[in-house]
Design a protein around this ligand. Structure first.
Ligand code: GDP
Length: 197
């Protein structure tokens, strides 16, 4: 599905410029610096797809990628970036909410959480928004290489405990590292299952 098959489709700075819905759509979200660009690149096997440089402006739009004509991958702008002004945060929130509500072919949002930090208040706010919009999501812990196994086990238990208190049923918490490729095949498999549904 992924091998050499990812092409940039379009960037949407506003709702009016979203590409037409086509096939199954998945989105990747997370705080700035969570490792989203690195993971999207590891997933697609491309190094240039999602830029790891943080060009302001570029981070404020939804980036759409076509994967083999059957899947659309959406790279959502990172949130919680302190340097972004309030007005921009409001515009961001509005765009994201409208996108999440209006996208009937959106199968799942992969919510990236830095293993080292766990769920922060702002992540919980985003999960609240997803629950409100009835969008299904899956937690993906990033940078798994940065923790010892015992720390990681505790982190997973903590995240699962937080998820258990939320209204929606949740799929398995995935553990990934784009540095050593851990969990990347499992993430690909989760995406493939969405396509098969
Ligand atoms: P983004 O802002 O979410 O797109 O994050 P980036 O992919 O640009 O990564 C942010 C920082 O985290 C960079 O310094 C990366 O080198 C680092 N990083 C990304 N993925 C990993 C990982 O799997 N393990 C470790 N240890 N660091 C990572």
């Amino acid at each position: 599905l992924f091998a050499g098959n990812a092409d940039f489709l379009s960037a949407a700075p506003s709702l009016g410029s979203l590409p037409p819905m086509k096939g199954v759509e998945i989105a990747f979200a997370g705080r700035s610096n969570v490792g989203k660009s690195s993971l999207v690149n590891a997933l697609t096997g491309r190094n240039t797809l999602a830029r790891t440089s943080h060009t302001p402006g570029r981070t404020q739009q939804l980036n759409f990628f076509d994967i083999g004509g059957r899947l659309t991958l959406v790279d959502m702008p990172g949130y919680g970036f302190a340097a972004v002004e309030k007005a921009k945060v409001a515009a961001w929130t509005e765009l994201i909410h409208a996108y999440l509500k209006g996208r009937a072919n959106l199968a799942r949002v992969f919510m990236l959480i830095d293993s080292r930090h766990g769920l922060k208040a702002i992540d919980t706010d985003v999960l609240d928004g997803l629950d409100k919009a009835a969008v299904s999501y899956q937690i993906v812990l990033t940078k798994a290489d940065a923790l010892k196994k015992s720390e990681m086990d505790a982190r997973i238990r903590g995240v699962e405990a937080a998820l258990a208190k939320r209204p929606a049923a949740y799929p398995e918490v995935l553990l990934t590292s784009s540095r050593d490729d851990r969990g990347v095949p499992e993430l690909r498999a989760a995406v493939a299952r969405l396509l098969a549904e």
